[in-house]
Design a protein around this ligand. Structure first.
Ligand SMILES: Cc1cc2nc3c(=O)[nH]c(=O)nc-3n(C[C@H](O)[C@H](O)[C@H](O)COP(=O)(O)OP(=O)(O)OC[C@H]3O[C@@H](n4cnc5c(N)ncnc54)[C@H](O)[C@@H]3O)c2cc1C
Length: 377
């Protein structure tokens, strides 16, 4: 029976940056990926024959985000962002475009998700996220196993009071053993993967109930051009139940691409009617602000992301699951920061806790979680 030093669950940016760092010290690692491709959200996709990013559209410039990008640049081995530039988000109202100054007294329920994209400064990308992923993957080629859904964490001595996590179940039947496990997949799913003796029913119910957000995405290829590069935040004409969407325009041969995003609670994210409702409103908002764009759409791509933020679970100060000192949680939703920043922050925290210098050991801008192992469990 082979025992890996580390199993990393999830081959998104979080899983692969961690795997790359650990791989420098031991080759005895395995990355398990549910899909038939590696890379998670930040992979290349095509729209009207053009290669575009599935994920990233905007990365804010703050002290923290710049430091996190330096960490990523070390892992990727090349510069990925340039110096900060100004972002002046605009909104559309009855009389045209104007600077976005806030939502006043009626912020949307997903205000926190939106505000990330409305920061006044951003770090422009110098290489595309799918290229970062390719570099990370090429270093880890034979260490990534796709079509491998981790369906259970399996413990020995579960009833004895000294449970030990020894292996995972993959695709419901295959067992893979390791000494250490790093979880870089959606936090909410941990409730399904851990037995009740580790995460009790109350904690699971809390995790299940916690408000988590998924994004509804609309990528458009159109022949009409909008020359501005800032973010646009579009609101409806009426205060209905669906909030605004945020998006921007990118240059493309023979036209232009714009990528729009709104949010939906994960509880209803499988309800096609609810998604259809959000999309309809997004299209209405785009048509109102950019009628030429709307009239010249040649191709569209619609999808709903996995959970991007939210979920509530108490971890130890080392970012392990309470009672399981060899299961580290690197999911971005475990970070107080959102999106890519949350991913990079959590990856750095886990690496630091594992003793793999991520260059942040003395960095006071990295949040430290309070030790609170069982209060709410
Ligand atoms: C469409 C979109 C737009 C975005 N836009 C921005 C943006 O503009 N700015 C920004 O900062 N951030 C943005 N983000 C968020 C950012 O891309 C993510 O925070 C980051 O990529 C998350 O990386 P990750 O590795 O944590 O998760 P993911 O990339 O989601 O990877 C998780 C991986 O785990 C796998 N997995 C899940 N469950 C299991 C299991 N049980 N067993 C094995 N494997 C499993 C999944 O298949 C997936 O490949 C966007 C994300 C999306 C999807």
């Amino acid at each position: 029976m082979h025992i890996y030093d580390y199993i990393i669950i999830g081959s998104g940016l979080t899983g692969l940056t961690i795997a790359k760092k650990i791989h420098q010290e031991t080759e005895n690692i395995l990355v398990l990926e549910a899909q038939d491709y590696a890379g998670g959200s930040n992979r290349a996709v095509t729209l009207n024959g053009l290669t575009i990013n599935n994920g990233l559209r905007f990365y804010p410039a703050t002290e923290l985000s710049e430091k996190s990008m330096s960490f990523l640049e070390t892992q990727v081995g090349q510069e990925v962002v340039a110096d900060p530039i100004e972002n002046h988000p605009e909104t559309y109202e009855a009389h045209g475009f104007k600077p976005f100054v806030g939502f006043g007294e009626n912020p949307p329920a997903f205000y926190d998700q939106l505000s990330y994209f409305l920061t006044q400064k951003e770090l422009p990308l110098t290489t595309e996220p799918h290229e970062w992923m390719q570099i990370l993957q090429s270093d880890l080629q034979d260490k990534i196993q796709t079509k491998s859904i981790v369906t259970k964490f399996v413990f020995e001595n579960l009833e004895s009071g000294a449970p030990a996590l020894t292996h995972v179940l993959v695709n419901g039947s295959k067992t893979i053993y390791a000494r250490n496990f790093i979880y870089a997949a959606p936090l909410k799913d941990l409730g399904l993967l851990l037995p009740d003796d580790i995460l009790n029913q109350r904690a699971k119910a809390k995790l299940k109930k916690s408000k988590a957000w998924q994004a509804v995405c609309l990528d458009l290829f159109h022949t009409a051009h909008v020359e501005k590069e800032n973010m646009f935040i579009l609101n409806g004409t009426t205060d209905d139940d669906i909030g605004p969407c945020v998006g921007r325009f990118f240059a493309a041969p023979e036209g232009q691409i714009s990528q729009w995003i709104s949010f939906i609670e994960s509880e209803v994210a499988e309800d096609t009617e609810a998604i259809g409702h959000v999309l309809k409103k997004m299209k209405r908002q785009i048509k109102r602000a950019f009628p030429d764009v709307s009239d010249s759409i040649k191709k569209e791509r619609i999808f709903v992301t996995p959970i991007l933020s939210g979920s509530d679970m108490k971890l130890t100060a080392s970012n392990t699951v309470p009672k399981v000192p060899n299961l580290w949680v690197a999911s971005s939703q475990a970070s107080p920061s959102a999106n890519l920043l949350g991913s990079l922050q959590q990856a750095q925290l886990v690496l630091a806790a594992l003793g793999f210098g991520s260059g942040i050991e003395n960095d006071t801008t990295i949040p430290v979680y309070e030790e609170d192992v069982d209060a709410d469990l």
